[in-house]
Design a protein around this ligand. Structure first.
Ligand SMILES: [Zn+2]
Length: 237
């Protein structure tokens, strides 16, 4: 908790004044998603007692040095103990907005896929679309490999999957679910376009890759549910 002077205009006295208030500092930066103390820069107290937003404050991040605007509201404990807390932030978190799934099972099983996917998304947000495309293709490789590791078809070993000589195309051939196989192939074709000089599929771009990845994830999710159901049925035999 910090105590800071916030500016406001005093209509009775007809002059600018300031007011000392306790503020609970925000602890996450929506630009870089780093968790840590944010530095208070300045703030304005809005003397609108019936309004929910009581103040607007500016904070900067130690890590990326960017600043965000916090709309703050009063929290209180008893009559004389009140402080300001963030109600809304501008900008909103990019990671949450762009995250393609909230499914905990998927997030737990394929952390590397999401890590690479989110980094690629960040690159695309920053206008680095050439790099983003390659990143999305790489994320596919991790999703396919980790999926096969989690649910290995017959004759597919960990040694084979993790062997650097095994190509993404080899792995895709081992996928048993036809929809998952088709979508993976399509993403891999478009992904190759992103890494080569001449595009073979100029009608498709990074957005197409993302659309296919989204469909693929949803099929992977269904397949996981189905495999769990089969496991349950086999147990009863
Ligand atoms: Zn930051």
């Amino acid at each position: 908790m910090i105590t800071e002077r916030l500016n406001y205009y005093d209509f009775d006295e007809r002059h600018h004044d300031s007011y000392e208030l306790d503020i609970e500092e925000p602890r996450i930066c929506n630009y870089c998603n780093n968790v840590g103390e944010q530095i208070f820069i300045s703030g304005i107290y809005l003397d609108n007692t019936d309004d929910e937003v009581a103040a607007v404050c500016f904070f900067s991040c130690y890590f990326c040095k960017k600043s965000s605007v916090h709309y703050m509201e009063f929290q209180s404990r008893g009559l004389n103990n009140r402080w300001l807390e963030t109600k809304e932030v501008h900008p909103k978190s990019r990671l949450v907005e762009n995250s393609i799934t909230q499914n905990k099972d998927l997030l737990d099983k394929f952390p590397e896929f999401f890590n690479i996917y989110n980094q690629s998304q960040k690159a695309q947000d920053d206008g680095l679309d050439q790099i983003a495309g390659m990143g999305f293709r790489k994320s596919l490789e991790f999703l396919v490999t980790d999926f096969l590791l989690c649910y290995p078809p017959e004759n597919v070993t960990k040694e084979w999957l993790t062997n650097p000589k095994t190509t993404l195309g080899n792995k895709i051939e081992k996928l048993e679910n036809r929809r998952i196989k088709k979508l993976s192939k399509a993403i891999s074709f478009l992904g190759n376009d992103e890494t080569h000089y001449t595009r073979r599929h100029p009608e498709h771009d990074v957005e197409s890759i993302k659309t296919f990845i989204k469909a693929l994830l949803s099929d992977v999710e269904n397949e996981m549910t189905l495999l769990e159901a089969e496991k349950l049925l086999n147990k009863g035999k």
